[in-house]
Design a protein around this ligand. Structure first.
Ligand code: GCB
Length: 594
């Protein structure tokens, strides 16, 4: 084919995306990260927007970056010519013109490489990028990843040279097959919003390590390990403080062990963590792990066999200045503010948050609910959508299953109860249980507002029945809450996963005026009065800690923000309802503020 006919083909080919839709970067390419040194690739990127996907149509990534005089043909793209950007960043906040851009962006960066040891393997890790990420190295396509909130791993070893051009093509278009789908109540930030780093690994390395207290025996620690290669024969596993030192025999590159041990148990009052080490050949990984059991008994949630009331709050991953980029300072402030509110629990909605939050919650003693973005309408009858959701679930589980703080996997939020949805979410629950028997499964279920009853077949599948109820706000009549609570007759814990009202910080309208702080505080008071008397209630996580950006809220009070925060978008100014919930949590014995 001549260059000219080739160009015509590029112009007319509407199947241009198919060769890049491999979905090969998935949970199986993950690498265990604990204790590993990484080399940051956050700086030095160039950035070009590509709303027509010309880069994929015309194979921009093959561009040789030669001077004009040496080119035989005109060209439309020069990767090194883009605007400079330091990652992580959400492009919507980079320049005003990009505020509402949804589509494709190319990131290009060069790096030098020289192996430090013979046979070294090199893996690129991207903490998260929203939503479809295609990776190219030195003009070669290495695979794509779906999902905007879980990590991406891609091995670079075979394609590396002394000088390398790395390109990421990231697309955040809302489509009918994605998870979430097209309609959701948060801002659709685009870009690489978590760190980019290189990992240097020995020829055989520890791919996965899952360490936990046995769910059936608090005197046993269970270990599952997977190596990158079938040839490894033994792995040494140690917990020095418990005098645990075990040699685990590996078969086909994997091994398991049950090791007798008597760790001090992890809990919010005593968030004890142990240093854990695993060695195999030239590879060594480390982690800090808490040991605990979480179970249900009738309508109670038990932590280490004792009933625990979940004094929670929901939180989005959003920041006025940084969007979905999370700094450590911001994560620490969030946990400290939650403690000030009296929380022992956070619901991280509606997608996997930065892994740092669970690491810090382990230290701080805050229980966590982590969630998949199976939100509102999703293409439940599309097998490719299920595969995407399941992969996001497995990436989340593998990333965070050593975190004692994480006690709930939520498989989604407020979907209509159809047969397809029930089958889809049942499959997710089964997958979660198969890969992690040490946590509870939940999801926000639906109430029939006509007869004030929980009516959702998913309730039979999950361990904690969660409901989002907005009595006092979307349903002004609080009496509906009383009826809903009285009608609850399942022998499972009931959790209020959302409740709340909008309030513009500082607007001092009266208790009867929507969007005033007084109105919001009155809703909290009314709710608490009714919830206090509900015996099946195992906790609540009102909606929510901070105001957050969302395109679909545009009235005069909202102006692009969901104002149901107990604290404004500045993450500092407390609204009147903050103290109301704080008072209730003090009474329920969450954190006393210490
Ligand atoms: C809900 C959704 C949440 C919304 C919230 C609201 O039920 O789960 O994502 O943001 O209500 O503010 O209406």
């Amino acid at each position: 084919m001549t260059e000219a006919s080739n160009t015509v083909r590029f112009l007319h080919d509407e199947d241009y995306g198919a060769p890049f839709d491999t979905r090969t970067l998935d949970h199986q390419s993950m690498v265990f990260m604990g204790g590993r040194l990484t080399e940051s690739l956050n700086d030095g990127w160039r950035f070009v927007i590509d709303p027509f996907d010309t880069g994929l149509r015309q194979h921009w990534y093959r561009d040789e970056a030669v001077p004009a005089a040496e080119r035989g043909m005109p060209w439309d793209f020069q990767p090194d010519h883009g605007a400079p950007v330091e990652l992580p960043a959400c492009w919507n906040l980079q320049e005003p013109e990009l505020r509402h851009y949804e589509g494709t962006v190319w990131y290009t960066r060069w790096f030098d490489y020289a192996p430090s040891v013979d046979g070294e393997r090199v893996v690129l890790r991207i903490g998260a990028a929203n939503y479809d990420t295609k990776v190219f190295l030195n003009g070669r396509f290495l695979g794509n990843h779906l999902g905007g909130s879980t990590p991406i791993f891609v091995e670079l070893t075979d394609g590396l040279a002394a000088r390398n051009r790395l390109q990421l093509c990231v697309n955040n278009t809302r489509t009918l097959d994605r998870v979430p789908m097209r309609h959701f109540d948060w801002f659709n930030y685009g870009g690489v919003h978590r760190d980019v780093a290189l990992l240097r690994l020995p020829p055989v390395f520890i791919r996965d390590l899952f360490v936990r207290l046995a769910p059936d025996d608090a005197g046993v620690i269970e270990v599952d390990v997977t190596l990158s290669d079938r040839s490894a024969e033994i792995l040494v596993f140690e917990i020095p403080e418990l005098a645990v030192s075990a040699t685990i025999a590996l078969r086909g590159g994997a091994g398991t062990a049950r090791i007798p041990a008597q760790p001090d148990l992890w809990s919010p009052d005593s968030p004890k963590l142990y240093d854990v080490v695993a060695r195999c050949g030239a590879d060594e990984v480390r982690d800090r792990i808490g040991f605990r059991q979480v179970t249900v008994d009738g309508t109670q949630v038990l932590l280490n066999g004792e009933p625990v009331f979940l004094c929670g709050i929901c939180v989005h991953e959003d920041d006025e200045a940084l969007g979905r980029v999370r700094t450590e300072e911001d994560a620490r402030r969030m946990l400290a503010t939650a403690k000030e509110l009296g929380c022992n629990f956070l619901r991280l909605t509606h997608y996997p948050h930065h892994e740092m939050v669970a690491q810090l919650a382990d230290e701080a003693g805050i229980l966590l609910w982590e969630e998949l973005p199976v939100y509102w309408a999703v293409a439940f009858d599309n097998p490719a959508t299920l595969a995407d959701a399941e992969n996001q679930l497995l990436e989340l589980i593998k990333r965070d299953r050593n975190r004692a703080s994480v006690v709930v996997w939520s498989i989604g939020n407020e979907n209509a109860d159809t047969d397809a949805r029930l089958a889809f979410k049942t499959k997710l629950a089964e997958t979660a249980r198969a890969h992690d028997p040490t946590r509870l499964i939940s999801a926000a279920c639906l109430i029939n507002k006509g007869n004030y009853r929980l009516e959702d077949r998913l309730a039979a599948v999950i361990d904690i029945v969660a409901i989002n109820e907005y009595y006092g706000w979307y349903e002004p009549d609080m009496d509906g809450l009383a009826q809903t609570l009285t009608a609850y007759d399942l022998d499972k814990p009931l959790f209020i996963s959302e409740v709340g009202a909008g309030a513009l910080t500082g607007w001092d309208g009266s208790e009867t005026e929507l969007f005033s702080e007084a109105y919001q505080a009155a809703v909290y008071r009314g709710q608490i009065e009714l919830l206090r008397g509900c015996a099946a209630l195992c906790g609540l996580s009102p909606w929510l800690l901070y105001d957050f950006r969302t395109e679909r809220r545009q009235n005069a009070f909202q102006q692009g923000w969901n104002r149901k925060g107990l604290i404004g978008a500045d993450k500092a100014t407390r609204k009147a309802a903050f103290a109301v919930l704080q008072g209730f949590y003090r009474e329920r014995g969450g954190f006393s503020g210490a």
